[in-house]
Design a protein around this ligand. Structure first.
Ligand code: MG
Length: 391
């Protein structure tokens, strides 16, 4: 009586950090440093100064650079000798290292082969690459069945749902409720949105993230992707996945059960929380940041404005269509967001480009990574044509 239960946490696997120079990668390196977890390997798209610094700091880590320039290749070879490898295959090979936890923070479709490789090799995959589940959900599931890998979401909403489901049966769930901050343009009209600038769209009120996901948060496309991810992760029908706007980003998501009880996960808007949980699950380790003050802010929950932020319903439609449609959604959005960031199209044209591309590409069955990449590539071509007529 009166004695606290103690347990010894399982030893944590060394980490392979893919997309090491991005927002998720940097925060993962910070979490690893705080928990004392060794970094076994790091990878990034380019041989940047940032990757060079990370590789120099982690002198035991293997390094992969997906697409270096000739200068970068020469510099990295000179600095790191045999511990550096080049090419997209070298990155996916890192995900196959037995007994490692793979944190996939690669942005875009380039992250797919690594996710599949991690699951096929039976590794734990701490997944922050949205495209893996959005564009290639059925292929990911098949890879997990084949290889026995463990898929733990890093996205804050899915981490929240995962945490709410610990000790529960999925059959008892009546609804998943994803929270959305609403982004910087919550409350604006469609007419207001015609005029917004790139800088305004990049100024996210609560979360600090990379540029594409920040724009996707402003259009609510990010939430559309998360609805599809939730469908793939938790096997609930689209009718049972809801979105609610919660401007404070304190409630990270909720689960409603068939008895009417609702569980929520709350915390500060700090991605290092979900990253750490995905690495340490089922254990919890001390989180070094000060906890948020529960009394500091009211908690508001609002209906999303679906007619102004049309990307949300485009996402539901693509998810329900299934097959290649979510891959098309993702590819079209990537093209449209890139064009917006380059100043080629206006903010509201993002939804127009995506809708036009979905209409023209339709949906075909997806059975392999090749099918996904073919749908992705076709959609990019169609979306680029749509740029010209949508701006
Ligand atoms: Mg999220």
């Amino acid at each position: 009586m009166g004695r606290l239960q103690t347990h010894r946490a399982a030893r944590l696997n060394p980490l392979v950090v893919l997309g090491a120079t991005g927002s998720i990668g940097e925060q993962t390196l910070d979490v690893a440093h705080r928990l004392g977890i060794p970094i076994a390997a790091v990878a990034a798209a380019r041989g940047s100064e940032a990757l060079h610094a990370i590789a120099s700091q982690h002198s035991e880590a293997v390094v992969a650079v997906a697409s270096p320039t000739p200068t970068e290749r020469a510099r990295f070879s000179k600095s790191f000798g045999t511990r550096v490898a080049f090419g997209a295959d070298a990155v996916a090979d890192l995900a196959r290292r037995a007994g490692h936890t793979i944190v996939n923070g690669i942005v875009g479709a380039a992250g797919l082969p690594s996710s599949l490789a991690a699951l096929e090799a039976g590794n734990r995959l701490a997944l922050a690459n949205k495209e893996s589940l959005v564009a290639a959900g059925p292929v990911m599931k098949a890879a997990q069945v084949r290889g026995g890998g463990e898929l733990i979401p890093v996205d804050s909403e899915h981490s929240a749902i995962w945490q709410c489901l610990v000790g529960e049966r999925i059959g008892d769930v009546s609804k998943l409720i994803l929270t959305a901050s609403g982004g910087p343009f919550r409350g604006r009209t469609l007419q207001d949105l015609e005029q917004v600038t790139v800088a305004e769209a990049l100024d996210h009120p609560t979360w600090s993230m990379g540029p594409r996901i920040t724009i996707d948060s402003a259009t609510l496309m990010n939430k559309a992707f998360e609805v599809i991810e939730a469908h793939m992760l938790f096997d609930l029908s689209y009718d049972d996945i809801d979105v609610v706007v919660h401007p404070q980003s304190i409630v990270h998501s909720l689960v409603e059960f068939r008895d009417g009880s609702i569980k929520a996960e709350l915390g500060s808007a700090d991605m290092r929380g979900p990253i750490q949980y995905a690495i340490t699950y089922p254990d919890r380790h001390r989180f070094a940041e000060a906890p948020f003050d529960l009394t500091a802010a009211p908690l508001e929950f609002l209906e999303p404005d679906r007619s102004t932020f049309r990307c949300l319903d485009l996402g539901y439609a693509a998810g329900r269509a299934g097959g290649s449609a979510p891959a098309v959604l993702n590819a079209a959005d990537e093209v449209a967001v890139h064009a917006f960031l380059q100043g080629q199209i206006g903010f509201t044209s993002i939804a127009r480009v995506v809708e036009r591309t979905l209409d023209r590409c339709g949906s075909v069955p997806i059975e392999s990574l090749e099918d996904v990449l073919a749908a992705d590539s076709q959609a990019r071509g169609v979306a680029r044509e749509a740029l010209g007529v949508s701006c």
